[in-house]
Design a protein around this ligand. Structure first.
Ligand SMILES: C[S@@+](CC[C@H](N)C(=O)[O-])C[C@H]1O[C@@H](n2cnc3c(N)ncnc32)[C@H](O)[C@@H]1O
Length: 361
């Protein structure tokens, strides 16, 4: 199994950003698909994708594609799979199956055959085990293994989390959509637990998002720890501007500071309401935030005033800067009074649909 398909699972709506990031990181043929990005490569590419990509939520290795119209055919095909690079004897695994418009229509029975095939390889079925997935659609089977383990938004530094935090993977997707390259000043005036500034600071410092965490692939039979360690390159910094976070909530600011310290990045966090935000003494850069939207935390009415105040501060004090704002509520985006460009694509976030609004002031 030299080269195979690798699927980067991405929050729907951020696939283009994820593909652009993958290309920039040397995965030249990254192709946008619904809900993700397809690349091709071998196991070292799987490791590197997990280690360096900021936007995908998970990396799947496609182990096989085949047709099966009967359980007998399915079993035979499953025994043909090159399991040796993945499954070591005694390895804990869990199976998942889904079927659609296929002769093998009973997902439970398909899952059972997959479990039996895994057991024939010496694996042990366990609810906490490595996830192996079989999807059948129109009798075509796709067999994948999850190489990430915990979702990739878990960078390994965030213990302190505020209300309604944004996933790191999504924050990085929006940073890219807003054109942030790590080479300009960045301010999040309502930073909560600090996700936008910390992601930005990591990018600016050239730090790999996965540098401090464990991945499922580290337990695979063919994993080469020395080769993986060699992929962890020393960071190459590119920052040219300060990175700052503000929030009116002192608890959120304390949390952000702790998170940034654990991540080992240089961000200044200050307790301040948006009405008191001053333009910093540096070249214009990017202001990015996701203000409260009210659907999950509290009541909507006072929020229109908050958006209005944000818009006024931006217009009056941030001429020359770019402003990017994530919100679930188009009315609130309008309440800023900012001359937004057409909004970006919808992205699912905590049961809501959010999108990015941008403007150059
Ligand atoms: C949706 S949360 C931001 C979440 C953040 N992006 C994260 O990932 O943790 C909105 C934040 O806006 C802050 N906020 C609300 N009103 C504010 C105001 N007038 N000035 C500054 N911050 C405010 C809240 O304290 C909250 O932390």
């Amino acid at each position: 199994m030299e080269k195979f398909e690798i699927f980067l699972v991405v929050a729907p709506g951020l696939e283009e950003e994820a593909a652009a990031e993958a290309r920039e990181q040397g995965f030249a043929k990254a192709k946008v698909m619904p809900g993700g990005v397809a690349i091709r490569g071998g196991w070292p590419d799987v490791w590197r994708a997990n280690l360096v990509l900021r936007i995908p939520g998970r990396v799947l290795a496609r182990l096989a594609r085949f047709q099966a119209m009967s359980f007998k055919a399915l079993e035979a095909q499953l025994d043909e799979v090159e399991w040796a690079t993945v499954i070591a004897p005694g390895q804990e695994v869990r199976a998942e199956a889904a079927t659609k418009h296929s002769k093998l229509y009973h997902a439970g029975a398909v899952k059972q055959r997959l479990e039996q095939a895994l057991e024939r390889q010496g694996a042990v079925i366990s609810p906490e085990g490595l996830k192996v997935m079989l999807r059948i659609e129109q009798n075509r089977c796709v067999l994948s293994v999850d190489t990430s383990g915990e979702g990739l938004h878990r960078r390994g530094y965030k213990e302190a989390v505020n209300k309604a935090p944004m996933r790191e993977t999504m924050a990085s997707g929006f940073l890219r959509a807003a054109g942030y390259s790590g080479r300009e000043a960045l301010i999040d005036p309502m930073c909560g637990s600090g996700t936008f500034p910390i992601e930005a600071a990591e990018l600016a410092a050239g730090l790999a998002p996965g540098r401090a965490r464990h991945f499922a692939f580290e337990g695979f039979a063919g994993f080469d720890a020395a080769a993986f360690a060699a992929l962890k390159r020393p960071p190459v910094a590119r920052s040219e501007g300060p990175i700052m976070g503000f929030d009116r909530d002192a608890g959120a600011v304390a949390m952000s500071r702790e998170n940034a310290a654990r991540a080992g990045v240089d961000v200044s966090f200050t307790t301040k309401p948006i009405s008191e935000l001053e333009r910093p003494d540096c070249a214009p850069g990017l202001v990015i935030c996701n203000p409260p939207y009210g659907a999950r935390i509290g009541n909507k009415k006072p929020l229109y005033a908050l958006y209005g105040s944000f818009g006024a501060v931006m217009r009056e004090r941030f001429a020359g800067w770019r402003v990017a704002m994530v919100t679930a509520d188009d009315g609130m985006a309008k309440a800023t009074g900012l001359p937004w460009q057409p909004a970006g694509r919808h992205v699912a976030h905590g049961g809501l649909k959010v999108r990015l609004w941008q403007v150059q002031l």
